[in-house]
Design a protein around this ligand. Sequence first.
Ligand SMILES: Nc1nc2c(ncn2[C@@H]2O[C@H](COP(=O)(O)OP(=O)(O)OP(=O)(O)O)[C@@H](O)[C@H]2O)c(=O)[nH]1
Ligand SMILES: [Mg+2]
Length: 473
Amino acid sequence: MVKKDKTINTSKFGLNDTIAAVSTPLGQAGIGIVRLSGKDSLSIADKIFISREKNKPSKFKTYTTHYGWICENGKGKIIDEVIMTVMRSPKSYTKEDIVEINCHSGFLPLKKILNIAVKMGARLAEPGEFTRRAFINGRIDLAQAEAVLDIINAKTDSALEIGVSQLKGELSKKIEEIRNGLVEVLAYLEASIDFPEEDIDKLSLKQQTKHLVLAKRNIESLLESSEHGKIMREGIDVVICGKPNVGKSSLLNTLIKEEKAIVTHIPGTTRDIVEEVINLKGIPLRFVDTAGIIEPKDLVEKEAIKRSRKQLENCDLALFVLDNHQKISNQDKNLINNLKGKNIIFVVNKIDLSSKINIKTLKSLAKNSTIVKISALHKLGIRDLEDAIIKNIWQGRFKTNKGVFISNIRHIQALRNALFETDNTLELISKKISVELICFELTSAVKELDSITGRTIEKDLLDKIFSEFCIGK
Ligand SMILES: Nc1nc2c(ncn2[C@@H]2O[C@H](COP(=O)(O)OP(=O)(O)OP(=O)(O)O)[C@@H](O)[C@H]2O)c(=O)[nH]1
Ligand SMILES: [Mg+2]
């Protein structure tokens, strides 16, 4: 667990306040939760809750639930029938006393219970304030707090896995390991400036370099994982391209299992870009169907082809579709030539029809790219194509990092800066340049790592991070 630098005031709002919020979506559902956190949570609960056991919440044992009613002032009109859970400090989400009131989820009960809590002394919580308190009170570090948001926003299994691993503190542990290496060198160098005469345990130049090189490798390996992390979180763009009428739109529809794009036997059917995101083996894939690229006959075709090319320029992977029932034309060859340097899978469509395509020629044009044979119309070979797409995504990119993946832009930037500064330190050491300057660079690298875990962090940045949370979290 990372301890925060005590000199930094990380609190935006009074920690002495007891905060309250509706922690579930405000609407009709089975159960809604009003949550209180702070030193007065239990005394507020005493004033508004009548338990069936005739006991007061301030007497409840931690992590126990109690049946009862919320009343206007502890005895007046009943507002709702509820279950109350008490979680006492320090073993709670915020490390403060927490009371959770499970009520019927309707706009009115939730609003009324919240209002009564406020009337009895609580303050409405700001977005993310519960998690912010968990961070300020030292239960979790900043990377873990950000993981909470990632878990809430996760759209794929993999994104969820990254979030959970980060919440467990696996990223923080890795960052701390790197930091320890840097700090060891820094402590030695600073001591040698402050007490030049004294007999400090010597850290040889070789040992200093060893620590720094190890830190550098570890930072690099985390940065390498960032591409993987980014793919799992944001996914990749796959553009379906090829000549008109080869079955691009049919393939899109088959892949997304929906008749989204118009399919006809008339070449030049697709004009606008049609796209859809699907989740394939935990990775979000944005499939984009494009207009067949040919010599344009009119202004509309010209614009459609311009858009197709633009999509192709920016995509991560192109599916180049060919018609099994046709010979490879010069047009195909030109298109393939124009895709040089792109990441491509060649898709031979319409395998239900007799084969006229020359596979040998295609193989020589495809070079090392994969070729998959399918029928979009009869849904043949689609699983093979999906497997080829997944294999292509991870090919050459997947570098294991013991399950620690970076996917947050803020973390990536901090690591890049730390790498730059560690490199500078190594250079300064090798050139035997002033120890003060070396310490300065090394301190900057440590600060960058600390900004990830929140040991040191600018207050504005902290405000920005927590403002992205919802109220009640
Ligand atoms: N026999 C057979 N016909 C197919 C197959 N896939 C697509 N087709 C037919 O080929 C024709 C063109 O299909 P589309 O999906 O519109 O082709 P496209 O490449 O999107 O065409 P444009 O939008 O005009 O560039 C349609 O008549 C489809 O039914 C297939 O696997 N087998
Ligand atoms: Mg089409």
